[in-house]
Design a protein around this ligand. Structure first.
Ligand code: DCT
Ligand code: MG
Length: 414
């Protein structure tokens, strides 16, 4: 049954101990304390399990022989997700969410790397293991994985990492995810499932205008001179979007770090806030501009879901004839809203960045770097030859600094 043979390990063990069964308590230095691995013997066999445990320990991993409370990562081979769950239940484990359940490919990837590997590497390895299969089987698997990932990532708060975890747990559809009560969802993902239908349906221009009014009114309650600009796809003239992005700045010297908190506080009171996550600014002057083409910026921002009340369509004859109780008709829609706060002197750069498109932003940054020896990000433009930051009060000035003709927002749908 042994698929991996490592004569060196076994011969060394024999030399040391003079017996075939290794001393499982023999001490190797533990390098990765936060990972406590347990390997399931089912379908693997005792010899292979002992070999793998020993191998991991030699590489600095903590491996438990028993399924103790300290175990964080459970590794299984050739077992389906339901089989692993059955096995765990047999061991008296009802709540499997406290463990990471991993396929042997993750384990072998860790052994190869000599350290715990992250999910991206896991994913790519998976592909290496699949290479032994026929290309058709691979195609089917990729197609299946693609379909599952597409479904999973359509949920607000679910990225590639979570999708991969769910896929490896044997889950394939959103229905299966929803039915699995052992899964621990983040606050963001819970909101993602709760408002799923609304969030996957596109935001229309009319809805963006209605939300825009709410955002402007609320912001101006606290900062009457604040400038609130709709950015993202809607500023580029798109008729629909997946969210509405707002850039907020306050001309003049006054800045208010509490503004976002006040705005969402008021929405909460008004019953308009369905979800919100405020990211505090991580802006440090000495770190700008970033050299990364896809760098996240450091502005204070808020990812929110707003309840947009929609007037009920007055269609009395229809409602009466179908006997629909008006009170039961949903008269609101959940809308994803991003609020970004930029200091006034960085406003033009923030506006350029947050107007997008993402591809246009990338192209512009690459152009600045390679053609102009400048570094552009959402905060600033730095001239490396002159060693100065170039001030800009408008997007036009930024294009001029770069020696480019101005490109209108609706021409940036690269
Ligand atoms: N952006 C950025 N830095 C980020 C995230 C986004 O500079 N950390 C930019 C890129 C595009 C713009 O902000 C808006 O982002 P999205 O809302 O994701 O894109 P969109 O073009 O508005 O598309 P959609 O219509 O799907 O919302
Ligand atoms: Mg957008």
């Amino acid at each position: 049954m042994d698929k991996i043979r490592a004569p060196a390990v076994f011969s060394q063990r024999k030399r040391q101990k003079g017996i075939h069964t290794p001393n499982l308590t023999c001490s190797y230095e533990i390098k990765f304390n936060e990972f406590v691995i347990f390997i399931i013997q089912r379908k693997m066999g005792r010899t292979r399990r002992i070999f793998l445990m020993e191998l991991a320990r030699r590489k600095g991993f903590r491996v438990e022989s028993e399924l103790s409370d300290s175990v964080t990562h459970i590794v299984a081979e050739n077992n389906s997700y339901p089989e692993v769950m059955d096995w765990l239940r047999g061991q008296g484990v009802d709540d499997s969410s406290r463990f990471e359940l991993l396929d042997i490919s993750w384990f072998t990837a860790c052994m190869e790397a000599g350290r715990p590997v992250d999910s991206e590497v896991k994913y790519r390895l998976m592909e290496i293991i699949e290479e032994g299969e026929s290309s058709r089987a691979k195609e089917v698997l990729n197609d299946e994985r693609y379909k599952s990932f597409k479904q999973f990532t359509s949920v607000f708060g679910v990225g590639v990492k979570t999708s991969e975890k769910w896929y490896r747990m044997g889950l394939r559809t959103l229905e299966e995810v929803k039915a699995d009560k052992t899964l621990k969802l983040s606050k963001m993902q819970k909101a993602g499932f709760l408002y799923y239908e609304d969030l996957v349906s596109c935001v229309s221009k009319a809805e963006a205008d209605a939300v825009s009014l709410i955002v402007r009114n609320t912001v101006c309650t606290f900062l009457p001179d604040a400038l609130v600009t709709i950015t993202g796809g809607f500023r580029r003239g798109k008729k629909t979007g997946h969210d509405i992005d707002f850039l907020i700045t306050n001309p003049g010297p006054r800045e208010d770090d509490e503004l976002l908190h006040k705005v969402v506080g008021l929405w909460k009171k008004q019953g308009l806030l369905l979800y919100c996550d405020i990211i505090e600014s991580t802006f440090l002057k000495e770190q700008i501009p970033s050299r990364k083409v896809d760098a996240m910026d450091n502005f204070q921002k808020c990812f929110a879901i707003l309840k947009l009340c929609q007037p009920r369509v007055d269609n009395s004859s229809y409602n009466t004839s179908k006997n629909i109780d008006m009170a039961e008709v949903k008269d609101w829609k959940a809308i994803r809203v991003d609020l970004i706060i930029a200091p006034f002197e960085q406003y033009a750069y923030a506006l350029l960045g947050w107007t997008g498109s993402r591809q246009f932003g990338r192209d512009l940054r690459r152009y600045a770097t390679h053609e102009k020896k400048m570094i552009l990000d959402n905060h600033a433009l730095y001239d490396r030859k002159k060693r100065i930051f170039l001030k800009a009060g408008s997007e036009e000035e930024i294009f001029a600094h770069l020696g480019l003709d101005y490109v209108e927002p609706w021409e940036r749908n690269a």
